[in-house]
Design a protein around this ligand. Structure first.
Ligand code: KG4
Ligand code: ZN
Length: 346
């Protein structure tokens, strides 16, 4: 059979990064075979830092400014003309609706103009497939841990196309808890990196709770932990830089312990061969090292992408699109694609 190779342009604008990537891959090879030719990300962190968090309208305005140059750069870096693509893919949800709409409407215009079909991709599926950017062969069952500002998910993937969400957060996402604790400590946005930076110099000497550590399911809860930090702070007469560092360290330990322990519980229950970590919180050094150590102890392979590939990018959307197309999903007529801010994976 002749090898059928397709070229995909993927666009991502679900939160505060405007991103585009070009991928080519074989639809007919027995195992996945693809190349990412370009991946361009324009971050809005500086803009939102000034405002202390992501303001959806401001994010959308920045996406409007950035989306065309980012897409043009992705095509130029790849050396591939729009007319030579087979499909355009776009993140259609979940995310901030003003942000999503910019990417989706732009992709609709672009694909209609070029006479290409359009594939709606779920942002979380993008994170789910992001470990495939490592180029390593992945042995299933794969336990995928997706920890970001909006989600905390444990997903069991049994083959290239089948997956099931084992658990998620019942309240705040892990990244959200980092950001809220940072706010309590008057640290700048985004809070995660600030908390983890201070944690380096802190001691793990405050007994914050480990919410749902021993629950029978694979769900998480971080709202109570954040509230414990608030109560602890209210009881302090003076918050010295060292105390701040200790709070950051003790909080980070609590989050890491719960996440790693639940992941390993799932590894044991489902005999997983591989564990992967993605989402913005995967940039956390302690989480990376604790998970890697726990996986080593269990004898399972642990795949943690480089920092840039953990956070939002369009390469992961292109890969998710590639897997969907490989597995028979048909791209749609562009006008049929709609943004859906609460599109959950199951
Ligand atoms: O995946 P992401 O870039 O965006 C979405 O939420 O989709 O994740 C951003 C989140 C923020 O909550 C940020 O504070 C957190 O990831 N984060 C971290 C670190 N770096 C980013 N959390 C803990 N430690 C870090 N080093
Ligand atoms: Zn994300």
């Amino acid at each position: 059979m002749k090898d059928k190779v397709i070229k995909i342009l993927a666009i991502e604008s679900s939160c505060d990064e405007t991103a585009a990537a070009v991928l080519s891959g074989s639809l007919t090879s027995p195992t996945p075979r693809f190349t990412i030719h370009s991946s361009v990300v324009k971050s809005q962190i500086k803009l939102h830092k000034k405002m202390g968090g992501v303001v959806p309208e401001a994010a959308a305005r920045a996406h409007v400014q950035n989306i065309l140059p980012v897409t043009e750069k992705a095509l130029k870096d790849a050396g591939i003309l729009l007319s030579k693509l087979e499909t355009v893919a776009v993140t259609a949800g979940p995310g901030l609706i003003p942000s999503l709409l910019v990417g989706v409407e732009f992709a609709k215009g672009l694909s209609t103009g070029a006479g290409l079909p359009l594939l709606a991709v779920n942002h979380m599926e993008g994170h789910l497939y992001s470990p495939f950017q490592s180029g390593k062969k992945i042995a299933f069952p794969l336990l995928s841990l997706i920890v970001s500002g909006g989600h905390t998910l444990l997903v069991l993937q049994t083959d290239e196309k089948k997956y099931k969400v084992l658990g998620s957060t019942v309240d705040d996402a892990a990244g959200e808890a980092f950001d809220k604790v940072a706010k309590l400590l008057k640290l700048p946005y985004p809070g995660g990196p600030e908390v983890s930076k201070r944690a380096e110099k802190g001691e793990n000497n405050i007994p914050f709770p480990r919410p749902m550590l021993n629950s029978k399911d694979f769900n998480f809860s971080f709202a109570g932990l954040k509230t414990s930090v608030r109560y602890f702070l209210q009881d302090q007469k003076k918050v010295t830089p060292q105390l701040k560092a200790n709070i950051c360290r003790s909080f980070e330990e609590a989050v890491c312990e719960v996440i790693v322990s639940k992941a390993i519980k799932a590894v044991k229950k489902y005999n997983c061969k591989t564990v992967s970590l993605s989402g913005g919180v995967a940039a956390n050094k302690r989480l990376r090292s604790y998970l890697a150590a726990a996986c080593k102890k269990e004898g399972v392979v642990c795949i943690i992408p480089e920092f840039e590939l953990c956070t939002d990018n369009a390469g992961m959307i292109a890969i998710a699109a590639y897997f969907k197309l490989r597995n028979g999903t048909k791209p749609a007529e562009p006008k049929k694609v709609k943004a859906d801010s609460s599109w959950e994976i199951k």
